[in-house]
Design a protein around this ligand. Structure first.
Ligand SMILES: C[S@@+](CC[C@H](N)C(=O)[O-])C[C@H]1O[C@@H](n2cnc3c(N)ncnc32)[C@H](O)[C@@H]1O
Length: 544
């Protein structure tokens, strides 16, 4: 049978591809191979491959070139899976199941886990792995069952409590930071969602009226129009970024020049709409990091929230406000995580490759987070079991769990007394890594909570020197000794730690415990610049 014309055409296209194949210079080949393998491949490595006939040399016009296909063929056999490579570096006992690489971000931040930002939380799937009833090659028994009680003495944003609640396990959290306790309790609270929505709607309406009086939205709209015109002209998409990549534009000088050029347009509008960029005082975080208009809106919403009678509804809406104001700090997009200096004018934004503006109203984030919160609470409501779960504020080294629980949840206190706690699942702070109070400085100002920074174990501000390490060992072992009083005899304690100073064997000893197992978990999505092989340990401890 005669071949259809299309097939002949395709055959021709495929054959001609071989001759049109992409070629690379030696330098380009080394860059490509470095990216492909995730390690440095130099131009002389590529020359070596040519000289030893591993890949072909093509082109006689003076510059040596190679075929990209040849490189792919050669390197694909050498490229090991990340799993193999990491195991080579970190040991065969690396438990790849604990990498949770199959989960998308939406799943690791599912439902209430993303109710409020919190730096240093563990992912829910990790908690689930240890609390649920599955077994595998590494986890040979189950440690908790529905109706048991689990304790997290460093409960942070409450991840353990939420996952325990999904699994029907009662949970107690303790944290030294009152704001963290609020986040945790808000996540596991059961709400009247209709009431929460009604209160949000009332506040939103009132906020719109409040803003209308200030002309700030009109100002922002005008500013956005001007920015649009300017950015389209000087930062066309995608050409501008392409030119930067090819080093045809010096981003630093060009960005600074255009930033300066736009400033008078911005200042004109500021004057026209009578916008006050800074507050008169700089005494507190709220004074320093918010423009005058944003500050007024924050105070307005705060007062509206205070009028809500139901404390549960009041708390969850306070969390929405806190999340909102966190996103409205006067900073550039690039510096959101590490505040440097307040930014109150338009600026060149290296993240977006154009001139950006600070915020002048909270309304956009307030609306976004209100909708998002209701959605997340409703999702969790479908999954939760009817368990006890409470987060207490206190120092885990000496808190009396029964007494404190009795004040807020007497039924739970009784159950703890009767049943005792089956075990601990927790990620303690590590030496000199994070200041837990400071990361939510805005919220302490907003709610007027008392800060107890000096009672944090291992804060960043105390560094990682010998004294800091000794006091850390002392602190964590004291927590374990205190918590042991409430545990059953055959308890299981799981502590997630990045123990680079090898302190946990001493901590266990001091707490009268022994480490009976260590689960090595590959940490794939680290925020640090160093993306090399890295594992954290989940220590399994029992009574000595
Ligand atoms: C690594 S974080 C826990 C994060 C948590 N696993 C989560 O997923 O959100 C450690 C927590 O320990 C708390 N902490 C530090 N010192 C404490 C102490 N003395 N008593 C109780 N909590 C403390 C910090 O405030 C911080 O929230």
């Amino acid at each position: 049978m005669e071949k259809p014309q299309n097939d002949i055409l395709n055959l021709y296209k495929n054959t001609s591809n071989i001759y049109n194949e992409e070629t690379l210079t030696i330098k380009e080949a080394s860059l490509w191979a470095s990216e492909f393998l995730g390690k440095n491949i130099t131009p002389s490595n590529i020359s070596y491959l040519i000289n030893y006939g591993k890949i072909r040399k093509i082109g006689n016009n003076g510059t040596t070139q190679v075929l990209k296909n040849d490189l792919i063929e050669y390197y694909k056999n050498l490229k090991k899976t990340r799993q193999d490579e990491w195991k080579d570096q970190l040991g065969e006992d690396l438990n790849w199941a604990l990498s949770f690489e199959q989960y998308k971000e939406a799943e690791t931040t599912k439902h209430v886990h993303r109710l409020h930002p919190y730096k240093g939380k563990f992912i829910p799937q990790l908690v689930e792995y240890f609390l649920d009833n599955h077994t595998d090659h590494f986890k040979k028994e189950t440690y908790f069952k529905p109706g048991n009680i689990v304790l997290d003495p460093f409960s942070g944003s409450g991840t353990t409590l939420v996952q325990a609640c999904e699994l029907g396990i009662h949970a107690i959290g303790i944290d030294i930071s009152e704001f963290n306790t609020l986040i945790g309790n808000c996540k596991i609270e059961k709400y009247n969602l209709v009431e929460v929505q009604t209160e949000i709607n009332k506040i939103t309406q009132a906020l719109y009226t409040f803003i209308d009086n200030s002309k700030v939205l009109e100002f922002e709209e005008k500013l956005l129009q001007e920015l649009n015109i300017f950015n389209n002209k000087y930062f066309p998409v995608p050409d501008y970024k392409y030119q930067i990549k090819r080093k045809e534009i010096n981003e630093k000088t060009y960005g600074a020049e255009k930033e300066k050029e736009f400033l008078p347009i911005f200042l004109n509008l500021v004057q026209k709409y009578n916008i006050k960029l800074r507050q008169d005082k700089e005494n507190s975080f709220l004074d320093k990091w918010y423009s005058q208009h944003i500050r007024e809106e924050i105070e307005f919403v705060k007062k509206e929230i205070q009028k809500i009678e139901n404390p549960k509804t009041r708390n969850i809406i306070s969390i929405i406000l806190s999340r909102t104001i966190r996103s409205c700090r006067a900073t550039t997009h690039a510096d959101l995580a590490t505040l440097i200096e307040p930014v109150t004018t338009t600026y060149y934004c290296s993240k977006h490759g154009k001139i950006c503006k600070p915020l002048f109203s909270i309304i956009k984030w307030w609306n976004t987070y209100s909708t998002d919160t209701i959605k997340r609470l409703a999702q969790f409501d479908k999954l939760r079991k009817n368990t006890f779960h409470t987060c207490l504020t206190g120092d885990s080294r000496n808190i009396d769990i029964i007494d404190e629980m009795n004040k807020v949840n007497p039924d739970f206190a009784l159950l703890i007394k009767k049943q005792k706690i089956n075990g601990i699942f927790s990620s303690p702070p590590y030496v000199g890594l994070i200041d837990y109070h400071e990361q939510h400085a805005y919220a302490y100002d907003l709610f007027g909570f008392t800060r107890k920074d000096e009672l944090e174990i291992g804060p960043l501000y105390k560094g990682q020197g010998k004294e800091a390490r000794d006091s850390y060992v002392e602190g964590i072992s004291k927590v374990l000794l205190n918590c042991k009083k409430y545990l059953i005899d055959d308890y299981n304690v799981f502590l997630v730690a990045n123990d680079k100073f090898n302190l946990y064997p001493i901590i266990a000893e001091k707490a009268g415990m022994k480490i009976i197992n260590q689960y090595k978990r590959p940490v794939l999505n680290r925020t640090e610049k160093d993306k090399g092989a890295y594992a954290e340990i989940i220590f399994h401890l029992k009574e000595k």
